[in-house]
Design a protein. Sequence first.
Length: 277
Amino acid sequence: MSIFFVSFFVCVVLIFLLRKLARGWGMLDHPDERKQHTHPTPTVGGIAMFVAVLIAVKFGLALTYPQQILLACSAALVALGVFDDKHNLAVNLRLMIQVTLALIVILGAQGTVSHIGTIFGIPLNLGLLAVPLSLIAFVGGINAMNMIDGADGMAGGMALITMIGVVILCSMGALDIPLNLPVALLGALAGFLTFNSRVFMSRAKIFMGDAGSMWLGLVLGWFMAKICQQASDPSVIFWLFGLPLIDTLAVMFRRMRSKKSPFKADRTHLHHVLEMR
């Protein structure tokens, strides 16, 4: 439990500090016709969460080698996100880097989804399709988190709910993963949501930015892969992470049907639809 509070406290302190530096760093999200916020808002929440997790995990068991690789690739995604927030990278370049980092996690951090449960008692092993399908799932998860990060508290809230489920599975013994990383992530998300949701404030004072949404998508994807490998019923991942994936697939399908780029921003996401009602 101390890991949770360390992560929460460090995240809150870092948000206070980084908010003051965000303008000088050029890390502000300015309002436009697609966005609901009306004030320039710092996008340093993802950095604060990541650093909080790195500090908090030191108070628990030593990280496993796969977890070390996962966090190293997450650090690279944080750096990519910071650069993208400031300079708007080309979609193809950003996608290529995401694919590379996802492959490292799949092959080096035990992130391969080799089976997806059973149907009528028949095991559904992926065989040679395991790596390419895992890659699609990871890159899809990274971009799903990025795409749903458009309403106050939404991406962070979805990640929080997912991590509560992961912590419960670990506590029950359904997942053989040390609790330090999931609990640290839970604490960082709680600290971030203190400033990003409208529970305590009239508007979000901080955004996670691409630096936060992309590394969260990677880490959540890794936990979902571990559930597929270890849980008796891998379909639980759809209860934990189904909404952002379904929303992203639906939006990309609508864009392609309209002969638009699936990565071109618009106002057809679920949170946009809810805002208009």
